[in-house]
Design a protein around this ligand. Structure first.
Ligand code: NAP
Length: 730
């Protein structure tokens, strides 16, 4: 096993790796550090799941499973890049591409009938959505902006939209009968197995068997009433029309892969209610599934003029929709994974409460976030900015995050314990000894879910928060609501640990709404705060605050302190930026910023020096930090426009600054001597290298695929400077 594992992923970060990884491997080798790869890309995961459908030489090892084992050991040192959390359309896209390349993987069965289809569907269900992170995150999360990054943002503040006190933008949530209000939670005194059953008038249906929980696990159960959801959506569509705002729905269909596509489907149905009423049977016959979105629906009905006309008439009578791409006519309801709440809400807030409408103009929006569990953080952010005006990134402090996520903690809605209830009855979570831990009376179509959080991860999270607060010596808040069932169980863990360690006075415990306000007040004063949160807020807040403070979450340091002693270093909180791939394909410019990779690399090398007692790795890591600082100070980050420096240019500068820092240092003369000629060659080659990189931009690029690109073509596109390649490969 290599000293450091650098994950092979998808889309923009994977393209960046084609340029950056050869540099890392070469530099690290000089310190005796090996850097290997493991494939966790969507295409890789599909191929690994179907060995029997593939020829011997097409087969691929299950790298995700191997990494899943590695992260449970003290040997783990993983640099984890963002991968696709596939929605169904993305999964189908990847399957189609692989099939066209001669990989005989099965189709995605929409409605599995045969055993083979059921088997394929089960395998694909394990691949789709947030399938990678829960396997790898065997530790809790420490996310913050590196000092260099925060300083840079303060010195070079990004543009922020103005907030008007009379902005009509607001958040709308259900008045009850949602996940928040129906939640029940309990902490198990003893280890137990459990099952989830649905008792109906016709007997019992086992929804899930063979669950097992260690003692001390917090087990929740809740449901969203579909009737209440439908009433709410219908009312919000009317209210939006009356308000004159944009109808915008914000969910997280990738992470909450079971629940949120269903909620999204109800919104599609509500928006097109007259069409579904008039043409229900015809739509069913055409294979329309509202959960697949308006885009899929329109494609299926395009040859039926009557339905198309009715859809047009319906949309014309509805409030204008918040758009994903108004030029292309892509609405909020086209694809469930196009609008992802943790990115969409901060972008809207940063823009002064504005979203794009169908007319290509910015408007105020009704932000529909059905469930109340986390909607208050966006509602309160909006209230705060209406009252106080926009945040000033030049003077604002920072909100860091310590997030509970180890061992699949709080995997709401993405969990194999989320169900669309097949018929009316009572869902019960029953323990081994027959105790009914939780029960809910439900109707057909209600979305019922259970999630669990183990004791060891909770204790580790509280201790991590204590360590981080001690290091930063700043304000620290547990974002927990004592009136919410699950949070009350967590508070029962948190308080005794804080007291036992004598630090209770250093921490506040506040509801998410109060904590939102308090955090904005703190950073407005130029001070810092640590948000200590559960898994979902970890995800949401590490976009919300960075997008307001730094313009992007991609520049965050994201460390997973693995519970068994290893380290995982995520390259920022951003995703895989599909739009960047499109730009590269069209005009050979990659605007992806590798700052997240730079920060993670520095941390990984420093960790390696402690993990393996490798002093050279420490020197390499310190030089990485110097190079990262150089990239920021000298403005070497990629530009967004073709013809200007892009991702590849930033890698050249990074290599040069890295080599220069290594040749300058005197803790390891051997490394200094090794890197002096490299630094010299990179400096002398500057004019040629920059000319070669510039010459590559402009024309369209063929990568030989999207989900599974051709490595030779990708390397040719991403390493277009012969001069640079010669220095690196030497
Ligand atoms: P995204 O990939 O983060 O992209 C949203 C926008 O953020 C990009 O279009 C880009 O803005 C900006 N951005 C993100 N990273 C950047 C970087 N390194 N440099 C410059 N700009 C950057 O979010 P998404 O579109 O919601 O998600 C795309 C895919 O990533 C999905 O499949 C999602 O599931 C996955 N995802 C994975 C992880 C993870 O594995 N940890 C996390 C989040 C999302 P501009 O286009 O304006 O340049």
């Amino acid at each position: 096993m290599s000293d450091i594992i650098y994950t092979k992923v998808d889309e923009a970060p994977e393209l960046a790796s084609a340029s950056f990884l050869p540099i890392i491997q070469k530099f690290a080798a000089a310190a005796g550090v090996s850097v290997g790869t493991k494939d966790i890309s969507l295409a890789g995961r599909i191929l690994a799941a179907f060995p029997d459908n593939l020829t011997e030489d097409q087969r691929q090892s299950d790298d995700l499973a191997e990494l899943g084992k590695l992260v449970k050991t003290a040997d783990a040192n993983v640099i984890k890049l963002p991968n696709i959390s596939a929605s169904v359309p993305q999964l189908v896209g990847a399957i189609t591409e692989l099939q066209s390349k001669g990989f005989a993987v099965p189709n995605y069965p929409e409605a599995p009938q045969t055993d083979a289809e059921k088997d394929a569907r089960a395998k694909y269900d394990a691949i789709k959505g947030s399938a990678v992170n829960p396997v790898l995150r065997e530790g809790n999360s420490d996310r913050r902006a590196a000092k260099a990054v925060k300083n840079f943002a303060q010195n070079n503040p990004h543009r922020m939209g103005d907030w008007a006190a009379d902005s009509k933008t607001h958040v709308s949530s259900m008045s009850g009968n949602d996940f928040f209000s129906n939640e029940k939670s309990a902490t198990l005194a003893e280890e137990t197995t459990a099952k989830i059953v649905l008792e109906t008038a016709n007997g019992e249906i086992v929804l899930k068997d063979g669950l097992s929980y260690p003692a001390g696990t917090v087990v929740d159960a809740t449901f969203m009433s579909v009737a209440a959801l439908q009433d709410f959506l219908a009312a919000e569509i009317e209210k939006t029309k009356a308000d004159g705002t944009l109808f915008s729905l914000h969910l997280k269909s990738t992470m909450m892969k079971v629940s949120d596509p269903i909620i999204f489907g109800h919104a599609v149905k509500a928006f097109l209610a007259p069409v579904f009423e008039a043409h229900g049977d015809a739509l069913t016959a055409l294979g329309v599934n509202p959960n697949s979105g308006l885009g899929d629906l329109l494609a299926r009905v395009k040859d039926n003029a009557e339905i198309v006309a009715d859809i047009d008439a319906c949309i014309a009578a509805r409030p204008p929709m918040y758009m994903v791409d108004s030029d292309k006519g892509l609405t909020n309801l086209h694809v469930s994974s196009d609008v992802i709440i943790d990115a969409s809400m901060p972008a809207l807030i940063r823009a002064g409460g504005k979203g794009w409408g169908p007319d290509g103009k910015e408007s105020d929006a009704n932000c529909v976030i059905p469930d109340n569990s986390y909607a208050p953080i966006y509602d309160e952010s909006i209230n705060f900015f209406k009252e106080n005006g926009k945040l000033n990134p030049a003077t604002a402090g920072t909100v860091q995050n310590v997030g509970l996520m180890a061992q699949k903690a709080e995997e709401y809605g993405s969990h194999p314990t989320t169900f669309e209830v097949p018929e009316a009855g009572t869902v019960k979570l029953i323990l081994e000894d027959g105790t009914v831990l939780h029960a809910h009376t439900v109707e057909a179509g209600d979305i019922w879910r259970s999630a669990s959080t183990r004791k060891a991860p909770i204790e580790d999270w509280v201790n991590l928060a204590i360590d981080r607060q001690k290091t930063e010596n700043c304000n620290a808040i547990f974002w927990l609501d004592e009136d919410r069932a699950h949070d009350a169980e967590l508070i029962a863990y948190v308080k005794p640990i804080l007291e036992a360690r004598g630090v209770a006075d250093k921490f506040d415990i506040m509801t998410p709404r109060a904590a939102t306000r308090s955090s904005f007040e703190t950073i407005t004063k130029g001070q810092d705060s640590i948000a200590i949160t559960g898994n979902v807020l970890r995800d949401y807040l590490t976009d919300l605050f960075p997008i307001l403070e730094l313009a992007t979450s991609a520049k965050m340091l994201s460390i997973v302190k693995l519970m068994n002693g290893g380290g995982m270093f995520e390259t920022g909180a951003g995703g895989s930026a599909p739009k960047h791939v499109q730009q590269l394909a069209e005009e050979n410019h990659l605007r992806w910023d590798s700052l997240g990779e730079f920060c993670a690399l520095g941390e990984s090398l420093t960790f390696l020096s402690e993990q393996k007692g490798n002093e050279k790795a420490r020197v390499l890591g310190q030089a990485v930090d110097a190079a990262t600082q150089g990239i920021l100070d000298d403005g070497r980050s990629p530009s967004r426009k073709v013809g200007e420096p892009d991702n590849r240019n930033s890698h050249y500068w990074f290599a040069r600054y890295w080599a220069e820092a290594l040749s300058r240092q005197n803790s390891d003369p051997e490394l200094a001597e090794y890197f002096a000629p490299v630094a010299k060659a990179l400096a002398e080659g500057e004019a040629d290298i920059l000319a070669e990189l510039a010459a590559a931009q402009g024309p369209a690029v063929d990568l030989g695929g999207y989900y599974r690109t051709d490595p030779v073509k990708t390397a040719a596109a991403m390493r277009p400077s012969a001069t640079l390649n010669a220095i690196i490969d030497q």
